[in-house]
Design a protein. Structure first.
Ligand code: NDP
Length: 311
Protein backbone atom coordinates (compact mmCIF):
# COMPACT_ATOMS: atom_id res chain seq x y z
CA UNK A 1 0.00 0.00 0.00
CA UNK A 2 1.17 3.51 -0.66
CA UNK A 3 -0.40 6.59 0.94
CA UNK A 4 -2.62 8.95 -1.00
CA UNK A 5 -0.59 12.13 -1.40
CA UNK A 6 -2.48 15.24 -0.31
CA UNK A 7 -1.55 17.94 -2.82
CA UNK A 8 -1.09 21.12 -0.77
CA UNK A 9 0.01 23.12 -3.82
CA UNK A 10 -3.30 22.41 -5.58
CA UNK A 11 -5.36 23.23 -2.47
CA UNK A 12 -3.39 26.45 -1.94
CA UNK A 13 -3.97 27.39 -5.56
CA UNK A 14 -7.73 26.79 -5.17
CA UNK A 15 -7.83 29.02 -2.07
CA UNK A 16 -5.87 31.75 -3.81
CA UNK A 17 -8.33 31.66 -6.71
CA UNK A 18 -11.26 32.00 -4.29
CA UNK A 19 -9.54 34.92 -2.54
CA UNK A 20 -8.78 36.57 -5.88
CA UNK A 21 -12.44 36.33 -6.90
CA UNK A 22 -13.64 37.92 -3.65
CA UNK A 23 -11.08 40.68 -3.90
CA UNK A 24 -12.25 41.32 -7.45
CA UNK A 25 -15.80 41.73 -6.16
CA UNK A 26 -14.60 44.11 -3.42
CA UNK A 27 -12.72 46.19 -5.98
CA UNK A 28 -16.07 46.91 -7.65
CA UNK A 29 -17.06 48.60 -4.35
CA UNK A 30 -13.81 50.58 -4.31
CA UNK A 31 -12.21 48.48 -1.55
CA UNK A 32 -8.73 47.00 -1.79
CA UNK A 33 -7.38 45.01 1.17
CA UNK A 34 -3.90 46.05 2.26
CA UNK A 35 -1.12 44.15 4.01
CA UNK A 36 1.95 45.70 5.65
CA UNK A 37 4.95 43.47 6.33
CA UNK A 38 7.55 44.62 8.84
CA UNK A 39 10.97 43.10 8.23
CA UNK A 40 13.81 43.81 10.64
CA UNK A 41 17.44 43.31 9.59
CA UNK A 42 18.71 41.00 6.87
CA UNK A 43 17.86 37.42 7.84
CA UNK A 44 18.10 35.63 4.43
CA UNK A 45 15.27 33.16 5.22
CA UNK A 46 13.00 36.00 6.38
CA UNK A 47 13.80 37.98 3.24
CA UNK A 48 12.76 34.99 1.09
CA UNK A 49 9.51 34.53 3.06
CA UNK A 50 8.66 38.22 2.79
CA UNK A 51 9.33 38.25 -0.95
CA UNK A 52 6.97 35.28 -1.31
CA UNK A 53 4.26 37.05 0.68
CA UNK A 54 4.56 40.30 -1.27
CA UNK A 55 4.44 38.39 -4.57
CA UNK A 56 1.36 36.44 -3.46
CA UNK A 57 -0.38 39.71 -2.54
CA UNK A 58 0.21 41.09 -6.03
CA UNK A 59 -1.19 37.91 -7.57
CA UNK A 60 -4.45 37.96 -5.60
CA UNK A 61 -4.95 41.74 -5.77
CA UNK A 62 -3.99 42.74 -2.23
CA UNK A 63 -2.11 46.02 -1.83
CA UNK A 64 1.12 45.37 0.06
CA UNK A 65 3.99 47.36 1.43
CA UNK A 66 7.20 46.39 3.10
CA UNK A 67 8.67 48.25 6.09
CA UNK A 68 12.35 47.44 6.33
CA UNK A 69 13.80 48.31 9.72
CA UNK A 70 17.52 48.14 10.57
CA UNK A 71 19.01 45.22 12.53
CA UNK A 72 19.76 47.71 15.34
CA UNK A 73 16.08 48.64 15.80
CA UNK A 74 14.87 48.90 19.38
CA UNK A 75 11.54 47.74 20.80
CA UNK A 76 10.44 51.40 20.87
CA UNK A 77 11.33 51.85 17.17
CA UNK A 78 9.19 48.87 16.19
CA UNK A 79 6.31 49.87 18.45
CA UNK A 80 6.14 53.19 16.65
CA UNK A 81 6.13 51.48 13.21
CA UNK A 82 3.31 49.17 14.33
CA UNK A 83 1.39 52.02 15.98
CA UNK A 84 1.42 54.00 12.77
CA UNK A 85 0.18 50.99 10.77
CA UNK A 86 -2.54 50.38 13.35
CA UNK A 87 -3.88 53.88 12.64
CA UNK A 88 -3.95 53.57 8.85
CA UNK A 89 -7.29 52.82 7.27
CA UNK A 90 -5.77 51.43 4.05
CA UNK A 91 -3.91 48.71 5.97
CA UNK A 92 -6.00 45.70 6.98
CA UNK A 93 -3.25 43.32 7.95
CA UNK A 94 0.04 43.80 9.79
CA UNK A 95 2.63 41.07 9.79
CA UNK A 96 5.83 41.36 11.80
CA UNK A 97 8.23 38.84 10.29
CA UNK A 98 9.86 36.67 12.96
CA UNK A 99 12.46 36.17 14.32
CA UNK A 100 13.19 39.65 15.65
CA UNK A 101 16.71 40.62 16.83
CA UNK A 102 17.58 39.70 20.45
CA UNK A 103 17.43 43.26 21.76
CA UNK A 104 13.76 43.54 20.73
CA UNK A 105 10.95 42.42 23.04
CA UNK A 106 9.09 40.40 20.38
CA UNK A 107 6.09 39.64 22.61
CA UNK A 108 5.58 43.34 23.30
CA UNK A 109 5.74 44.17 19.60
CA UNK A 110 3.22 41.43 18.70
CA UNK A 111 0.94 42.54 21.53
CA UNK A 112 0.87 46.04 20.05
CA UNK A 113 -0.53 44.88 16.69
CA UNK A 114 -4.23 45.79 16.54
CA UNK A 115 -5.98 42.40 16.98
CA UNK A 116 -8.29 43.33 14.09
CA UNK A 117 -5.20 43.55 11.83
CA UNK A 118 -3.35 40.57 13.35
CA UNK A 119 -3.26 38.39 10.21
CA UNK A 120 -0.79 35.99 11.86
CA UNK A 121 -3.36 35.29 14.60
CA UNK A 122 -0.69 35.55 17.33
CA UNK A 123 -2.34 38.24 19.49
CA UNK A 124 -3.69 36.84 22.80
CA UNK A 125 -7.13 38.20 21.93
CA UNK A 126 -7.23 36.10 18.75
CA UNK A 127 -5.81 33.12 20.68
CA UNK A 128 -8.70 33.56 23.13
CA UNK A 129 -11.25 33.83 20.31
CA UNK A 130 -9.93 30.57 18.86
CA UNK A 131 -10.16 28.75 22.17
CA UNK A 132 -13.69 30.05 22.81
CA UNK A 133 -14.80 29.39 19.21
CA UNK A 134 -15.56 33.00 18.37
CA UNK A 135 -14.76 34.63 15.02
CA UNK A 136 -11.20 35.92 14.86
CA UNK A 137 -7.97 35.57 12.97
CA UNK A 138 -6.42 32.10 13.10
CA UNK A 139 -2.68 31.39 12.64
CA UNK A 140 -1.99 30.63 8.98
CA UNK A 141 -0.14 27.31 9.13
CA UNK A 142 -2.62 25.46 11.40
CA UNK A 143 -5.50 26.99 9.45
CA UNK A 144 -3.85 25.53 6.34
CA UNK A 145 -3.65 22.10 7.99
CA UNK A 146 -7.42 22.22 8.53
CA UNK A 147 -8.03 23.26 4.91
CA UNK A 148 -6.00 20.28 3.69
CA UNK A 149 -8.01 17.89 5.87
CA UNK A 150 -11.39 19.38 4.97
CA UNK A 151 -10.79 19.78 1.25
CA UNK A 152 -9.37 16.24 1.07
CA UNK A 153 -12.55 14.96 2.76
CA UNK A 154 -10.67 13.44 5.68
CA UNK A 155 -13.19 12.85 8.49
CA UNK A 156 -12.28 14.83 11.64
CA UNK A 157 -15.23 14.63 14.04
CA UNK A 158 -14.84 11.75 16.47
CA UNK A 159 -11.38 10.88 15.15
CA UNK A 160 -8.34 10.71 17.40
CA UNK A 161 -5.93 13.46 16.36
CA UNK A 162 -2.43 13.46 17.81
CA UNK A 163 -0.45 16.69 17.41
CA UNK A 164 3.29 16.45 18.03
CA UNK A 165 4.55 19.93 18.96
CA UNK A 166 3.03 22.55 21.23
CA UNK A 167 4.35 25.85 19.88
CA UNK A 168 2.10 28.91 20.00
CA UNK A 169 2.51 29.23 16.22
CA UNK A 170 1.66 25.70 15.07
CA UNK A 171 1.09 22.92 17.61
CA UNK A 172 -1.27 24.60 20.08
CA UNK A 173 -3.53 26.32 17.54
CA UNK A 174 -3.61 23.14 15.40
CA UNK A 175 -4.76 21.18 18.46
CA UNK A 176 -7.41 23.81 19.24
CA UNK A 177 -8.73 23.81 15.65
CA UNK A 178 -8.96 20.02 15.64
CA UNK A 179 -10.76 20.09 18.99
CA UNK A 180 -13.16 22.74 17.66
CA UNK A 181 -13.83 20.37 14.74
CA UNK A 182 -14.78 17.67 17.27
CA UNK A 183 -11.68 15.49 17.09
CA UNK A 184 -10.41 13.84 20.26
CA UNK A 185 -7.06 15.55 20.61
CA UNK A 186 -3.78 14.53 22.24
CA UNK A 187 -0.88 17.00 22.26
CA UNK A 188 2.67 15.62 22.51
CA UNK A 189 6.00 17.36 23.11
CA UNK A 190 9.61 16.67 24.00
CA UNK A 191 8.67 15.32 27.45
CA UNK A 192 6.01 12.90 26.20
CA UNK A 193 6.68 9.32 27.32
CA UNK A 194 6.70 6.65 24.59
CA UNK A 195 5.94 9.01 21.73
CA UNK A 196 5.64 6.22 19.11
CA UNK A 197 2.93 4.45 21.15
CA UNK A 198 0.92 7.68 21.56
CA UNK A 199 1.27 8.51 17.87
CA UNK A 200 0.17 5.01 16.88
CA UNK A 201 -3.25 5.78 18.38
CA UNK A 202 -3.78 8.59 15.88
CA UNK A 203 -6.30 8.54 13.08
CA UNK A 204 -4.86 11.96 12.18
CA UNK A 205 -1.22 12.61 13.07
CA UNK A 206 0.10 16.18 12.80
CA UNK A 207 3.88 16.52 13.05
CA UNK A 208 5.07 20.03 13.95
CA UNK A 209 8.37 19.31 15.60
CA UNK A 210 11.30 20.63 13.60
CA UNK A 211 13.24 17.31 13.56
CA UNK A 212 13.90 15.81 10.12
CA UNK A 213 12.23 12.45 9.65
CA UNK A 214 11.56 11.86 13.36
CA UNK A 215 8.20 10.26 12.63
CA UNK A 216 9.11 6.83 11.27
CA UNK A 217 6.73 4.07 10.19
CA UNK A 218 6.53 2.59 13.70
CA UNK A 219 4.80 5.83 14.85
CA UNK A 220 1.94 5.40 12.39
CA UNK A 221 -1.21 3.30 12.55
CA UNK A 222 -1.82 1.69 9.13
CA UNK A 223 -4.24 3.83 7.15
CA UNK A 224 -3.83 6.99 9.31
CA UNK A 225 -3.70 10.47 7.81
CA UNK A 226 -0.33 12.12 8.41
CA UNK A 227 0.14 15.87 8.09
CA UNK A 228 3.78 16.92 7.97
CA UNK A 229 4.28 20.56 9.00
CA UNK A 230 8.04 20.28 9.41
CA UNK A 231 10.47 22.11 7.17
CA UNK A 232 14.03 21.09 7.88
CA UNK A 233 17.16 21.55 5.82
CA UNK A 234 19.31 18.43 5.77
CA UNK A 235 22.91 18.86 4.63
CA UNK A 236 24.61 16.01 6.52
CA UNK A 237 25.24 13.12 4.07
CA UNK A 238 24.64 10.42 6.74
CA UNK A 239 21.32 11.99 7.71
CA UNK A 240 20.44 12.26 4.03
CA UNK A 241 21.13 8.53 3.60
CA UNK A 242 18.95 7.66 6.62
CA UNK A 243 16.08 9.47 4.96
CA UNK A 244 16.46 9.06 1.24
CA UNK A 245 18.78 6.14 0.42
CA UNK A 246 17.77 4.85 -3.02
CA UNK A 247 15.73 7.96 -3.99
CA UNK A 248 17.60 8.92 -7.14
CA UNK A 249 15.72 12.20 -7.68
CA UNK A 250 16.56 13.47 -4.20
CA UNK A 251 20.11 12.18 -4.48
CA UNK A 252 20.56 14.35 -7.55
CA UNK A 253 19.17 17.42 -5.74
CA UNK A 254 21.43 16.71 -2.77
CA UNK A 255 24.46 16.39 -5.05
CA UNK A 256 23.64 19.66 -6.81
CA UNK A 257 22.58 21.79 -3.87
CA UNK A 258 24.33 20.14 -0.94
CA UNK A 259 21.07 20.03 1.00
CA UNK A 260 17.42 19.01 0.73
CA UNK A 261 14.23 20.19 2.40
CA UNK A 262 12.79 17.48 4.62
CA UNK A 263 9.69 17.25 6.77
CA UNK A 264 9.36 15.79 10.25
CA UNK A 265 7.98 12.60 8.72
CA UNK A 266 10.30 9.92 7.34
CA UNK A 267 9.52 9.06 3.67
CA UNK A 268 8.96 5.38 4.63
CA UNK A 269 5.72 6.50 6.34
CA UNK A 270 4.16 6.59 2.85
CA UNK A 271 4.16 2.77 3.00
CA UNK A 272 1.82 2.64 6.02
CA UNK A 273 -0.18 5.90 6.09
CA UNK A 274 -3.53 6.15 4.33
CA UNK A 275 -2.88 9.76 3.32
CA UNK A 276 0.17 11.98 3.63
CA UNK A 277 1.24 15.55 2.88
CA UNK A 278 4.54 15.79 0.99
CA UNK A 279 7.42 18.14 1.75
CA UNK A 280 7.74 20.31 -0.21
CA UNK A 281 4.27 20.83 -1.68
CA UNK A 282 2.16 19.96 1.37
CA UNK A 283 1.48 22.35 4.24
CA UNK A 284 4.04 24.96 3.11
CA UNK A 285 2.02 26.45 0.21
CA UNK A 286 -1.05 26.68 2.45
CA UNK A 287 0.68 29.07 4.86
CA UNK A 288 0.88 31.89 2.30
CA UNK A 289 -2.57 31.09 0.88
CA UNK A 290 -4.06 31.41 4.38
CA UNK A 291 -2.24 34.70 4.90
CA UNK A 292 -4.02 36.01 1.81
CA UNK A 293 -7.28 34.59 3.17
CA UNK A 294 -6.69 36.22 6.58
CA UNK A 295 -5.94 39.61 5.02
CA UNK A 296 -9.20 39.42 3.08
CA UNK A 297 -11.02 38.29 6.23
CA UNK A 298 -9.52 41.17 8.26
CA UNK A 299 -10.59 43.62 5.55
CA UNK A 300 -14.14 42.25 5.62
CA UNK A 301 -14.36 42.12 9.41
CA UNK A 302 -13.10 45.68 9.87
CA UNK A 303 -15.72 46.94 7.46
CA UNK A 304 -18.69 45.01 8.74
CA UNK A 305 -20.67 46.21 11.72
CA UNK A 306 -20.52 44.42 15.05
CA UNK A 307 -16.87 43.44 14.68
CA UNK A 308 -15.76 40.93 17.26
CA UNK A 309 -12.13 41.77 16.67
CA UNK A 310 -12.20 45.56 16.70
CA UNK A 311 -9.51 47.05 18.93
P1 NDP B 1 9.06 24.96 17.76
O1 NDP B 1 10.52 24.67 17.84
O2 NDP B 1 8.54 26.24 18.28
O3 NDP B 1 8.26 23.77 18.47
C1 NDP B 1 8.63 22.44 18.31
C2 NDP B 1 7.78 21.55 19.18
O4 NDP B 1 8.18 20.21 18.96
C3 NDP B 1 7.92 21.84 20.67
O5 NDP B 1 6.66 21.81 21.30
C4 NDP B 1 8.81 20.70 21.16
O6 NDP B 1 8.54 20.26 22.48
C5 NDP B 1 8.44 19.59 20.20
N1 NDP B 1 9.55 18.64 20.07
C6 NDP B 1 10.84 18.90 19.76
N2 NDP B 1 11.57 17.76 19.74
C7 NDP B 1 10.71 16.76 20.05
C8 NDP B 1 10.85 15.37 20.19
N3 NDP B 1 12.05 14.76 20.02
N4 NDP B 1 9.77 14.65 20.51
C9 NDP B 1 8.57 15.23 20.68
N5 NDP B 1 8.37 16.57 20.55
C10 NDP B 1 9.42 17.31 20.25
O7 NDP B 1 8.69 24.78 16.21
P2 NDP B 1 7.43 25.33 15.37
O8 NDP B 1 6.18 24.85 15.98
O9 NDP B 1 7.59 26.77 15.09
O10 NDP B 1 7.69 24.57 14.00
C11 NDP B 1 7.66 23.16 13.90
C12 NDP B 1 8.11 22.74 12.51
O11 NDP B 1 7.20 23.26 11.57
C13 NDP B 1 9.48 23.27 12.09
O12 NDP B 1 10.10 22.31 11.26
C14 NDP B 1 9.15 24.49 11.28
O13 NDP B 1 10.15 24.80 10.32
C15 NDP B 1 7.88 24.05 10.61
N6 NDP B 1 7.01 25.14 10.20
C16 NDP B 1 6.50 25.06 8.93
C17 NDP B 1 5.67 26.02 8.47
C18 NDP B 1 5.11 25.86 7.10
O14 NDP B 1 4.68 26.84 6.52
N7 NDP B 1 5.08 24.64 6.58
C19 NDP B 1 5.33 27.21 9.26
C20 NDP B 1 5.82 27.16 10.62
C21 NDP B 1 6.65 26.15 11.04
P3 NDP B 1 8.76 21.21 23.78
O15 NDP B 1 7.63 22.18 23.77
O16 NDP B 1 8.70 20.25 24.91
O17 NDP B 1 10.10 21.85 23.59
Amino acid sequence: MSARILDGSQIASDIRKEVTAEIGAMAAQGIRPGLAVVLVGHNPASEIYVRGKVKACAEVGIYSEQHAAPETSTTADLLSVVDELNQRDDIDGILVQLPLPDQVDAKKVLLTVDPAKDVDGFHPLNVGFLSTQRPGLVPCTPAGVMEILKRSHIPIAGQHAVVVGRSDIVGKPAAMLLLNANATVTVCHSKTRDLPAVCRQADILVAAIGRAGLITRDFVKPGATVIDVGMNKVSDPAEFQRLFAGDSKREETFRKKGSVLVGDVHPEVALVAGALTPVPGGVGPLTIAMLMYNTLKAAKMRRSSGLEVSG
